[in-house]
Design a protein around this ligand. Structure first.
Ligand SMILES: NC(=O)c1ccc[n+]([C@@H]2O[C@H](COP(=O)([O-])OP(=O)(O)OC[C@H]3O[C@@H](n4cnc5c(N)ncnc54)[C@H](O)[C@@H]3O)[C@@H](O)[C@H]2O)c1
Length: 377
């Protein structure tokens, strides 16, 4: 198998996870990194031993097969489009683009050029996401009827050194954390047909308390920090989804799906592992431990709580997809549908009406256990 060379663009907070995780996967290596801020690229180059290049030089380099776009959401389109125009395959951090219309242009450009485009989140391919999907497909809870998804917290300014983008259009909990939940739900239930929502801004300004160059600065909030959405799936299932950075403390489970025969409870879809719990017809919850499954073992012991974090799994699947001439599981079409759903939530909130999504026949192929193991080095 030929080694696939990745070029990382965007050497900020999340990039270290990509540098650390790439060697976990068979046939992947990071050949270069770049950032609009040369010093950010130089720092990661030094820490992880991949050469730092100028952004344009990385995109033009014949050595790079896949550009991995880890820039801020508002730069996703520009960087991914430049890479596609240079005939590179692309994997981008979420969201696919700051707006669905731009995401659609990326997906179309990739198709026109015969290139692959994929996007985070890839967490639904983790041990818990696969186990939940297998249980649903096997009819363990019967026909899914209703459910809840909640991602609630108090924002990013207490830990992220450069949190401004989270509070501008393209950020906010819907586009920043929504992708994990919406994508997990599409993986389990199929495409979304229509959404309704109420949105609000809890506080007009946020104070940066995280250590770093912006500590003490105020950020003007320009995007909703709370959204309560109703998601109507094409299958007929209905989900209540709450996404908020106006919540100090809560006790809502990340995702619960209720079917005609029972209920399913999923762990945090921002990560790859955790127990999937199932209750049959009101019986006690029975936990399915996924820690021995591929991408289920807790590999970030420094995190609290300890987590399974196998980001780059989607890149590994994209590289395999290119080789095998099949669609990538964390592919552009899925990311575009999720983005259309998130944008519809924000529009539904702003316009106070239900929004129908463009019809989509989207549900990623299951990642079987043996294929998942085969991606590992
Ligand atoms: N931080 C996290 O925990 C986390 C987790 C999952 C996903 N993400 C996603 O990863 C992406 C990056 O987030 P982050 O937290 O690393 O942000 P960050 O601000 O720490 O880093 C982004 C980097 O991109 C660079 N950049 C911006 N515009 C650029 C351009 N046009 N060309 C080249 N470089 C450019 C910036 O200089 C910066 O170094 C976002 O889409 C975010 O949603 C972040």
């Amino acid at each position: 198998m030929q080694t696939v060379s990745l070029g990382i663009i965007g050497c900020g907070a999340i990039s270290s996870v990509y540098f650390r995780n790439t060697p976990l996967f068979k046939g992947l290596r990071i050949a270069a990194c770049a950032d609009i801020k040369a010093e950010a690229a130089a720092k990661q180059a030094q820490a992880f031993g991949a050469p730092a290049l100028a952004v344009d030089d990385l995109i033009a380099s014949p050595e790079i097969d896949i550009v991995v776009n880890l820039t801020v959401p508002n730069a996703h389109y520009e960087v991914s489009m430049a890479a596609l125009k240079a005939n590179k395959h692309v994997f981008t951090e979420k969201p696919l683009a700051a707006r669905a219309a731009l995401g659609r242009r990326l997906v179309e450009a990739a198709k026109k050029r015969g290139l692959a485009i994929g996007s985070a989140p890839d967490t639904f391919l983790g041990a818990a996401g696969r186990r939940a999907r297998t249980l649903i497909d096997a009819g363990a809870i019967g026909r899914p009827v209703t459910g809840t998804a909640f991602v609630l917290g108090h924002g990013m300014e207490h830990w992220h050194p450069n949190p401004e983008f989270f509070y501008k259009p393209g950020g906010g909990p819907v586009l920043d954390l929504g992708p994990y939940y919406i994508t997990a739900l599409i993986n389990l239930l199929g495409p979304i047909a229509r959404v309704q929502a109420l949105t609000s801004i809890g506080e007009a300004e946020r104070l940066v308390t995280a250590a770093g160059p912006h500590q003490g600065e105020a950020i003007k909030v320009e995007t909703p920090t709370t959204a309560l959405a109703l998601l109507e799936f094409a299958s007929g299932a209905h989900i209540v989804a709450g996404m908020s950075w106006d919540v100090w403390r809560h006790s809502a489970a990340p995702i619960e799906i209720h079917g005609t025969e029972g209920s399913l409870r999923l762990p945090d879809p921002n990560f790859f592992g955790g127990a999937v719990e199932i209750s049959k017809r009101g019986g006690d919850w029975v936990a399915h431990d996924t820690s021995a499954d591929p991408f289920g073992a807790l590999n970030q012991p420094a995190a609290e709580p300890k987590v399974a974090n196998y980001r780059v799994l989607g890149v590994a699947d994209l590289a395999a997809a290119i080789r095998e001439k099949r669609p990538a599981r964390a592919g552009g079409d899925l990311a575009l549908h999720a983005l259309e759903a998130m944008e519809a939530i924000l529009r539904a909130g702003a316009e106070r009406r239900a929004i129908r999504l463009p019809p989509a026949d989207i549900r990623p192929a299951v990642l079987p256990e043996e294929e998942a193991f085969a991606l590992l080095a």
